[in-house]
Write a protein that binds this ligand. Structure first.
Ligand code: ZN
Ligand code: ZN
Length: 111
């Protein structure tokens, strides 16, 4: 990543806080950022910003698409992605990364 496309956004590794030793690889419309310090990788979507704090550094979290089957049972039919903010939604991001499973839509912050 060149110095100029950092813009005013402070990008830092969510695991170790490294802000300089980061590299970015474009994958389709996302950028895969790799921390050179602890090897954490995460995706950054350059088109999106947090609507609450304006940060451009969002995490594309897997989110379950659920359908009501009989009664109140919900079943997961597929997964999609939603964008969480590293500062506003940090708890949710940590929980998702720890569990390794898709988030349930009712856990997402209301927009
Ligand atoms: Zn790191
Ligand atoms: Zn935010």
């Amino acid at each position: 990543m060149s110095g100029s496309d950092r813009g005013g956004d402070a990008i830092a590794c969510p695991t170790c806080g490294e802000a300089d030793d980061l590299s970015g690889n474009r994958e389709d419309e996302l950028i895969l950022i790799t921390c050179g310090s602890c090897d954490t990788r995460w995706y950054r979507d350059p088109r999106r910003r947090c609507h609450r704090c304006g940060a451009g550094d969002l995490y594309a979290a897997p989110v379950a698409v659920v359908e009501k089957s009989r009664g109140t049972q919900l079943s997961i039919v597929s997964t999609t992605s939603d964008y969480l903010c590293w500062s506003c939604d940090r708890d949710l991001i940590d929980a998702q990364r720890q569990s390794g499973t898709a988030l349930m839509p009712d856990r997402l912050p209301t927009n």
